[in-house]
Design a protein around this ligand. Structure first.
Ligand code: SF4
Length: 352
């Protein structure tokens, strides 16, 4: 991490974060988050790009109870896209001015890592101007197991086939009590961070994510932030961004209600304050639509305009291609949204 880019902040602990969550009024929380945001970003600017999340397969054996997307192997509706089907989706993204693709899917028991690597290599060669996030950490972990590869060997395999990024998706709430309640077949938190570490050490880029609004407790949310901040310290700030989105309950086994805008905004403020070693805190247009822009006044500085994501759309998300209307929602708050290129992959700086 370049220390000059991260001027010192007074680090807050769990107790203070919980105190702020329970007792700070909205104005105070906004003010503190704005101060923390201003360490890295001008208050009147935010950045964005257009991206597609292309779901390469909906076949999944993890059976998370909050998921409305997956189909068990060999059941009606199961699919796995080939390079031509993916390319047709990316033609649509390019027509909409998109620059970034996230390949997400499920835990497909027959997809080895080499199958993904070759598929992505083919698609990448057809779209040289696009940047790609290829698999989430969670899918990477499962495909390594299917392939009988260590995470280090799996990350090297992807890298040697041209992969540049894996994303920190599939994280939801990274605490084992949450995982046991809702997705006991997915992974343990230690395992997740082992995979994330191997990805970064292989020289690939990755990101950090969180999903809120299930039945998680404040303690579980703070577990997520604490473990993530420690990890970011350990790897010297290699994760460029943290994205928090919200659970969509439609058609899921878990069900429930969506959290309201105020709860989301307040939580993003806590994230900005707690994750003092993250430059970019991203707000989710995919799950919050135009109201996501409000979070730019609660510590967030960046967002994407999504063109598609079947996983969240199946659970009730709606995607609008009226990008100007979405950007106008930011402008109405006095924030100028500036289009950006996909992030560069941070590099470990050699110790002094
Ligand atoms: S959330 Fe992901 S891992 Fe869990 S069931 Fe859905 S597709 Fe599978």
């Amino acid at each position: 991490m370049n220390p000059a880019a991260f001027p010192p902040a007074r680090r807050i602990g769990r107790t203070e974060a919980a105190e702020l969550w329970h007792n700070a009024d909205d104005a105070e929380l906004q003010r503190l988050a704005a101060e923390a945001r201003a360490r890295f970003h001008r208050p009147d600017k935010a950045t964005w790009l257009t991206m597609a999340i292309v779901n390469t397969t909906n076949v999944c054996v993890a059976r998370c109870d909050y998921c409305a997307f997956y189909v068990l192997p060999n059941k009606p509706g199961a699919y796995a896209l080939d390079a031509d089907a993916i390319s047709a989706r990316l033609d649509a993204l390019v027509a909409l001015g998109g620059t970034l693709v996230g390949f997400n899917g499920g835990f497909h028991p027959k997809m080895r890592l080499i199958d993904y690597a070759r598929l992505f290599q083919t698609v990448r060669s057809r779209f040289p101007t696009l940047e790609f996030f290829e698999l989430t950490v969670a899918e990477f972990m499962y495909s390594c197991k299917v392939s009988r590869l260590s995470y280090a060997d799996g990350a090297a395999l992807l890298r040697d086939h041209g992969t540049r990024w894996v994303t920190g998706g599939g994280a939801e709430v990274l605490t084992d009590s949450f995982r046991m309640r809702h997705s006991p077949l997915k992974y343990t938190v230690d395992d997740y961070y082992d995979a994330q570490r191997a990805i970064l050490l292989a020289g690939l880029g990755s990101t950090a994510t969180m999903v809120i609004g299930f039945d998680e407790t404040l303690d579980e949310r703070l577990d997520h932030l604490e473990r993530l901040r420690d990890f970011q310290d350990e790897v010297g700030g290699l994760l460029p961004s943290f994205l928090c989105w919200t659970y969509k309950p439609t058609a899921t086994e878990l069900g429930g209600d969506e959290i309201d805008a105020r709860s989301y905004n307040r939580w993003l403020a806590i994230c900005r304050l707690y994750l003092d070693n993250f430059r970019h805190i991203r707000t989710s247009v995919l799950t919050r639509n135009a109201t996501a822009m409000e979070a730019l006044r609660w510590g967030a500085d960046d967002f994407d305009l999504p063109t598609e994501d079947e996983v969240t759309q199946k659970a009730g998300a709606t995607v609008s291609h009226d990008f100007e209307a979405l950007l106008d929602a930011a402008r109405a708050l006095g924030i100028t949204p500036q289009r950006r290129d996909p992030f560069s992959i941070p590099r470990l700086t050699a110790p002094a």
